[in-house]
Design a protein around this ligand. Structure first.
Ligand code: A2P
Length: 323
């Protein structure tokens, strides 16, 4: 099995398949991460808000102590939560994740969302617990992210859930351009324009929820009776036609488009199955049929930041009207 790498704009390269740890229970995640490393994963996608970095760290330590891998063979990503956007809070937040993960440095640190909260709030319940929308604040956050690279705390920096306009704003003002934009991406939300822009600018697009996140907390924008993406008849049929699983079909398609994919699983057989997608090349006709499935179906829409009275709206987050 060859684990492909995607070159970044800073000379580093990121393994094109990573293990997602969002929604992985604390009870399961250490075993899942350790198993993932034993079956060949080298890229683990984490975040402070997933509330399981300590357990991920335990698995990393075990793998390192048992010499299954060396630290420099691993690619560990974490993300800055929305309550640490003010410049003075960025480094302490990065240091907290580094400590929880039991590491000396992160390979990649991302601004998780363009939405900002007060420092004492993990998830706002009242309007005054948000900081008002402010593009300039995001730029200040970025400048603090750049300092982390200079200090050697992180090797690369990037963003998540950023639109093309916000990336442009960073590209125009940054000293260190973002290496990665991590966004929801699967055949029903293909992010064509964003991907085209990212490729032009040398930014890697990492696809989160590449399998359609059937275990996501809010089953947003799925109509009554509408199947999950992995169960769409067209997906199961194309997978059967190719002799692979539906998950492998989605991941091989993501890899064929030059995106990085971070499927989440806590089950050994699925971890192996998902990683094996690296060796699958899809017939152009299969890719063409998948390309026709885009319907803008955003599963992780950010509605949880836009509850009544919030200064944020979906139109602001995505910078376009949300239907
Ligand atoms: P589990 O963790 O029980 O294996 P996403 O990566 O898009 O967020 O999707 C994660 C969801 O997809 C989880 O419910 C996960 O379940 C499930 N999943 C992961 N890999 C596979 C697979 N190969 N086949 C079917 N479902 C999978």
């Amino acid at each position: 099995m060859t684990l492909p790498q995607l070159p970044l704009n800073n000379g580093l390269a990121i393994p094109a398949i990573g293990l997602g740890t969002w929604k992985a229970d604390r009870d399961d995640v250490a075993r899942a991460v350790f198993t993932a490393i034993t079956v060949g994963y080298r890229h683990i996608d984490c975040a402070a808000i997933y509330n399981n970095e300590r357990e991920v760290g335990e698995a990393l330590q075990r793998a390192l102590q048992q010499r299954l891998v060396q630290r420099q063979q691993l690619w560990i990503t974490s993300k800055l939560w929305n309550n640490a956007h003010l410049p003075q809070h960025v480094q302490p937040a990065a240091e907290r994740s580094i400590k929880e993960l039991g590491l000396d440095y992160l390979d990649l640190f991302l601004i998780h969302w363009p939405v900002s909260f007060r420092q004492d709030i993990v998830f706002p319940k009242k309007p005054d617990q948000y900081l008002p929308p402010d593009e300039n604040r995001l730029l200040d956050t970025w400048r603090a992210m750049e300092k982390l690279v200079r200090k050697g705390l992180v090797r690369a920096i990037g963003v998540s859930n950023f639109t093309k306009s916000r990336l442009q704003m960073l590209m125009e003002n940054a000293v260190i351009p973002p290496a990665v934009n991590q966004v929801e991406c699967h055949p029903c939300l293909q992010q064509r324009h964003l991907l085209q822009y990212c490729k032009k600018e040398g930014i890697v697009l990492t696809a989160y929820s590449p399998l359609g996140s059937g275990d996501r907390p809010q089953k947003t924008r799925v109509k009554e009776g509408e199947p999950e993406i992995l169960e769409l008849p067209v997906i199961t049929e194309l997978a059967a036609q190719t002799g692979i699983s539906p998950a492998q079909l989605l991941l091989a398609w993501g890899l064929a488009r030059g995106t990085c994919v971070i499927p989440k699983s806590t089950k050994k057989e699925r971890l192996k199955e998902n990683l094996a997608a690296a060796d699958i090349s899809l017939a152009p006709e299969i890719c063409r049929q998948l390309d026709t499935l885009d319907n803008g179906r955003r599963l992780i829409s950010g509605t949880f930041f836009c509850e009544k009275g919030s200064p944020y709206t979906l139109d602001w987050i995505w910078q376009e009207p949300q239907g």
